[in-house]
Write a protein that binds this ligand. Structure first.
Ligand code: KG4
Ligand code: ZN
Length: 350
């Protein structure tokens, strides 16, 4: 039997099993991550962050990210196996993020996963990074059922999705320009705060007041799209105009006013979408989902409407490989076959 036939046979066997181990790898941006998962359970979840390396450049430098993934990936995978208490021989499939993301960064994980899969004759499951974020909601929980509504807000995406299954997701609304996380990062930069801006803005917002007017895009419109570029520009103009007039700004108030509006737009659209689609629950996903104002604001707004909210733990909201392993489990269960050796990274994956 050649490699492809062996993989086909193995994947057919996995479709009928619940308890097989997946080694998952995620290198789409600036986190080198590996995890061992079994179904919805996470046995280990190791993340080596490059944030300190990229901080001095004010954002992720793609070439530097790729080089650091190469340096870190061996150790991260070894640590994931050790901390799960398993060996490579116990693993039944390898899962890897193949897009979207930085091409060079993705290629490190994809090449590693392909080599591992070929050498050990293990099925290889390519996972869309965004699906990983969405499926983080299933980790350690059997309460969430299809179909559900997902509010996804990360550094590159802001969308409201109706999730009917792994292969059946429908975007009900999305950003027409900047992503929510991108707006947090750009506003942080104008306030002189380090990368990544989201957690910094959150800290500053806690010390400030919501007392500066911020514009709401698409106010009164019936669609569910977002726009963050006007809000970002409003903050930049406020800061620059104040400086030009010789006025000192209160960065805590700027952060709080921006965050209140940024999070408010997410919450309002998600609640409108749930009511329109008659969805009993909203799941939160993506890096911005680690924001406490968003988590608590959405929970409070949903409670008033009798809607349930699912929140992955903060560590599972930002980039990690556990979500990739759990998403891969669902993909296999829904009939995904193993990738062949022509499998490649796709930076612009939809
Ligand atoms: O999902 P993620 O880790 O990577 C992407 O797939 O993009 O999201 C990163 C984004 C960054 O823009 C970061 O500033 C934002 O999520 N973020 C936050 C918080 N933590 C991370 N935004 C607001 N509040 C946070 N606590
Ligand atoms: Zn992400």
């Amino acid at each position: 039997m050649d490699y492809n036939e062996k993989i086909k046979t193995k994947i057919e066997q996995l479709k009928n099993k619940e308890d097989f181990l997946i080694l998952a790898i995620e290198t789409s941006c600036d986190e080198t991550a590996a995890a061992v998962t079994r179904g919805r359970k996470v046995l280990s979840n190791i993340i080596s962050s490059q944030i300190d390396i990229h901080k001095r450049f004010g954002g992720v430098v793609p070439e530097i990210a790729s080089r650091n993934h190469i340096l870190a990936i061996d150790n991260v995978i070894e640590e994931a196996l050790i901390s799960a208490g398993v060996q490579l021989k116990d693993i039944s499939a390898v899962a890897v993020t193949y897009g979207a993301g930085l091409l060079g960064a993705l290629l490190v994980g994809v090449s590693y996963a392909k080599a591992l899969s070929y050498a050990l004759e293990l099925p290889l499951i390519g996972v869309n990074h965004i699906k990983g974020h969405v499926f983080a909601n299933f980790i350690d929980s059997d309460k969430l059922k299809f179909p559900f509504l997902c509010l996804l807000a990360s550094g590159g995406h802001t969308e409201i999705l109706k999730v009917n299954g792994y292969f059946d997701t429908q975007a009900l609304g999305k950003t027409t320009d900047d992503a929510a996380g991108e707006a947090f990062d750009k506003v942080a930069r104008v306030l002189g705060l380090p990368y990544p801006g989201g957690p910094e803005i959150e800290k500053y917002a806690q010390k400030g007041q919501n007392n500066i007017f911020m514009p709401r895009a698409y106010k009164g419109e019936s669609h569910l799209n977002f726009s963050y570029s006007g809000l970002k520009t409003a903050v930049i103009n406020y800061v620059h105009n104040s400086k030009a007039r010789g006025q000192t700004i209160n960065p805590y108030d700027v952060a709080c006013s921006f965050q209140t509006e940024a999070v408010g737009a997410l919450i309002d659209n998600a609640i409108r979408a749930a009511k329109r689609e008659n969805m009993p629950c909203i799941a939160l996903a993506g890096g911005v989902a680690a924001n406490t104002a968003l988590r608590e604001g959405l929970k409070a707004a949903a409670e008033r409407e009798g809607i349930e909210v699912f929140l992955p733990s903060k560590k599972l909201c930002t980039d990690n490989a556990a979500m990739i392993g759990v998403a891969a489990h669902f993909a296999v269960k829904e009939g995904k076959g193993g990738e062949d050796l022509y499998f490649d990274a796709n930076a612009a994956l939809e």
